[in-house]
Design a protein. Structure first.
Length: 310
């Protein structure tokens, strides 16, 4: 892995109806790495990636992929870049195997179709028309089409969306294999565990700008903070979350993901844990399960972008 960027975006602006969806956004992705771009719906990440793919024209700023302009140098970039979109645009009436074979013929040195078919388990539905494929099957076909040209950089939009656990693991292994052979992967996903498992670097976008960037370990390490998750046998008393937060004092985050659970984040040590359990006893909360762990990428993401739906 080398340090030179495979994707470089500087002061990107994109407006719709006079509003800036992307507002002077700057980011870069390292060559030979898996870079995950995360963000809530409407954050501007998809528009940013579409500018990198040459699907949208920026209103201001510069975008370079492999040192080239995705719009002005589209002909030179097309054989070197793979793109997997959620709305794949695959021909609905064609059989899956025919689609992949057709795309492969467009490249001088394609990835062997038989190998991709085996890696992604396409054989079982190769003779099925695209319109009859399940969502997960269509995703696997779209991924194969994005990779068959042996791209130097590939953009993957929610690559495992709609897949069963077995297919998802196969996709993860393929992404790791791509990185091992030097392919640069730009991944957008709403699955935090996917980003944590695969990404060398994580970029969080919100309100049209980059608000955090780093490795998963860097983003989830915050001093001595840990997370304690408690499950109760019955619904928690009204106001228990607020009372526990006041009981613990400054430096603690307390929330209730559902009526029978508490989640505490802060400098969890034996004394603090004893205080939490004593509080539960005083509130007549019977703790049936207690889990201790470090802060996850999802914890970081929600703390940064908020927990309210948009």
């Amino acid at each position: 892995m080398t340090a030179d960027p495979v994707v470089e975006v500087r002061d990107l602006v994109k407006r719709y109806g006079g509003s800036a969806v992307v507002d002077r956004l700057t980011l870069s992705a390292v060559r030979g790495a898996v870079t995950a771009v995360l963000g809530p719906n409407g954050a501007g990440k998809t528009t940013t990636i579409e500018c990198c793919e040459g699907l949208r024209a920026p209103d201001a700023g510069t975008v370079r992929v492999l040192g080239l302009d995705p719009l002005a140098d589209a002909v030179a970039l097309r054989p070197r870049v793979g793109v997997m979109l959620q709305d794949s645009g695959l021909p609905a009436q064609k059989r899956a195997g025919e689609v992949l074979a057709h795309v492969a013929r467009m490249y001088r040195d394609p990835w062997p179709v038989a190998d991709l078919t085996e890696r992604l388990g396409l054989a079982s539905f190769a003779r099925t028309t695209v319109r009859r494929l399940s969502g997960g099957q269509r995703q696997r076909l779209a991924l194969a089409c994005a990779l068959v040209g042996r791209p130097e950089v590939v953009f993957l939009d929610e690559p495992s969306a709609g897949m069963d656990p077995q297919s998802r693991l196969a996709v993860w292994e393929l992404v790791r294999a791509l990185r091992a052979q030097g392919t640069s992967v730009i991944l957008t996903t709403h699955l935090m565990d996917e980003a944590a498992e695969l990404a060398d670097d994580v970029i969080v976008v919100d309100h049209g700008r980059v608000i955090a960037q780093g490795t998963p370990a860097e983003l989830t390490t915050t001093g001595s903070d840990q997370v304690a998750s408690l499950t109760s046998a019955t619904a928690l008393p009204d106001g228990a979350t607020a009372r526990l937060r006041a009981h613990l004092g400054e430096g603690w985050t307390v929330d209730s993901p559902d009526p029978t659970s508490l989640r505490v984040q802060g400098p969890v040590d034996p004394a603090a844990l004893a205080a939490v359990l004593a509080f539960c006893a005083a509130e007549d909360v019977l703790v049936t399960r207690l889990d201790l762990g470090t802060r996850s990428l999802e914890d970081f993401f929600l703390d940064l972008t908020g927990r309210s739906m948009r």
